[in-house]
Design a protein around this ligand. Structure first.
Ligand code: AMP
Length: 137
């Protein structure tokens, strides 16, 4: 079954489309978490970041940067977040790859809190974490 974003791509359901090319489409997020909140979506139904190849990821990010600059120019926000949720536990609700562009107008318009665990892991443990990632590259 098609995802809701594929239905938008195929014009089966409406959306406020901003940009489209062969590989990606961008439209306003229906929730408008902040004014101008935009989604950049791959046309192919990749489920999450782990399925992306070099070509689509390079192109996608180029479009994210281009649209971020346009949103910045159009609405003059005080800041902007780029967000991508992968997996239900990370907040993903639509399992078709997309990046949120969220212009920010004040500190309280979105709630992101990253726990600061600085100092809790030993240097040995941190080196182990680096090596685990390096050996998976
Ligand atoms: P995520 O939770 O990261 O998977 O984000 C999914 C996003 O898709 C949410 O912010 C929704 O508001 C948005 N969304 C869901 N349905 C639509 C739709 N029909 N048009 C535009 N945005 C949508």
């Amino acid at each position: 079954m098609s995802t809701i974003f594929t239905k938008i791509i195929k014009r089966e359901i409406p959306a406020n489309i901003i940009y489209e090319d062969d590989l990606v489409i961008a439209f306003l997020d229906i929730s408008q978490a902040t004014l101008g909140h935009t989604l950049v979506v791959t046309k192919r139904e990749y489920e999450n970041i782990f399925e992306l190849d070099d070509k689509i990821s390079a192109h996608l990010y180029k479009v994210v940067v281009k649209l971020s600059k346009a949103i910045n120019k159009a609405f003059n926000p005080s800041g902007l977040n780029i967000l991508n949720n992968n997996g239900q536990v990370a907040g993903q609700t639509v399992f078709h790859y997309h990046i949120h562009i969220i212009p920010r107008y004040n500190e309280s318009d979105v709630n992101f809190t990253l726990t600061n665990n600085y100092g809790l892991a030993t240097q040995e443990e941190l080196e182990k974490r680096c090596k685990a990632i390096q050996s998976a590259l």
